[in-house]
Design a binder for this molecule. Sequence first.
Ligand code: SF4
Length: 307
Amino acid sequence: MELPVYINDGHSDMATASAKRSASASHAARARHEQHKLAKRLRHQVGRAIADYGMIEDGDKVMVCLSGGKDSYTMLDVLLQLQAKAPVRFELVAVNLDQKQPGFPDHVLPDYLKSIGVAYTILEQDTYSVVKRVIPEGRTMCSLCSRLRRGALYEHAQREGFSKIALGHHRDDLVATFFLNLFHHAKLATMPPKLLSDDGRHVVIRPLARVAERDIEAYAAHRQFPIIPCSLCGSQENLQRKQVKRMLEEWERQAPGRIEQIANALTDVRPSQLADPELFDFLALARRGDAPLPDAHAWLGGDAQAS
Ligand code: SF4
């Protein structure tokens, strides 16, 4: 039997190579388009939050707290973009606290910040040893560690006259904190987008309050920020926070958009449809002008008539 003869005249190979080239070019164009859309969305959400909550005003000196994680890199990056076109003039200074965790690569942030030409300060304070000394082995160290970090950063802000302190918490952090407060402290509260510290000396802002964590992840990967993992210290994330995050992820899987829905609900609170008498004056609601105020003592004693 005569075997079939295949002749390679080079044309089909060229056609295949050209098809591959055009497929990869269109893939790259699609990816660029997606990244462009993502960057625009982040600028929009951050700009919106700044405007809605009055986070930044003319003449502000903003201390941008940079930990080396994806969130704070993204916050700084977006704030720098907005600063270039903002309707007001404000200063941005990146500040990192080197907490002396073993293995902390202390050159990474200075190298990065120099490369983008941003003013920065690296503070050094060995909070790691304090936390190690105080927290028993195997227990999560994050809460004390963050308290000490916050103290050092607030002190620096006070010393240097910063008018705002920007933190990188995002939408999903706000939602998770809401459930932690609900489940473990029986209150409806979260990290607000703007906050006056208890001593009244610092205004804390959270410009990423409307940004989804998955968008930050994608943005940080695309921008190739030199991420420094927080877990260098070997601490485990707080178990309760972990559980809440798992719960939210599961909900999101079952009903995509649910986290967004909850985040939106945090901006649409109806005091008259909740049950906090401090927040809404239920006593005054439809009260007859001449009716006496209820006497709680009498009601508790079962005697509604007693005064
Ligand atoms: S993971 Fe380590 S460095 Fe990060 S907050 Fe927790 S204790 Fe502090």
